[in-house]
Design a protein around this ligand. Structure first.
Ligand SMILES: [Zn+2]
Length: 61
């Protein structure tokens, strides 16, 4: 599928990407590493804190 995406924790390219659109309309990518089970969010190539994302998803439209 996509290449070049590597886990910043273990350095492997066993990363699964899931694209999501948040309630506020912004697109984010949920990334999960198969190998070390690291998880992170990515928006426009920028990693997001889980905390700030929870903030966004809790906002009701
Ligand atoms: Zn990893």
């Amino acid at each position: 599928m996509s290449d070049g995406l590597r886990c910043s924790t273990c350095g492997q390219d066993t990363v699964i990407e899931i694209e999501l659109t948040l309630p506020d309309g912004s697109a984010v990518v949920f990334c999960s590493c198969h190998r070390c089970e690291s998880k992170w969010w990515d928006r426009d190539g920028e990693q997001l804190d889980l905390d700030s994302l929870v903030d966004v998803t809790r906002r009701e439209p």
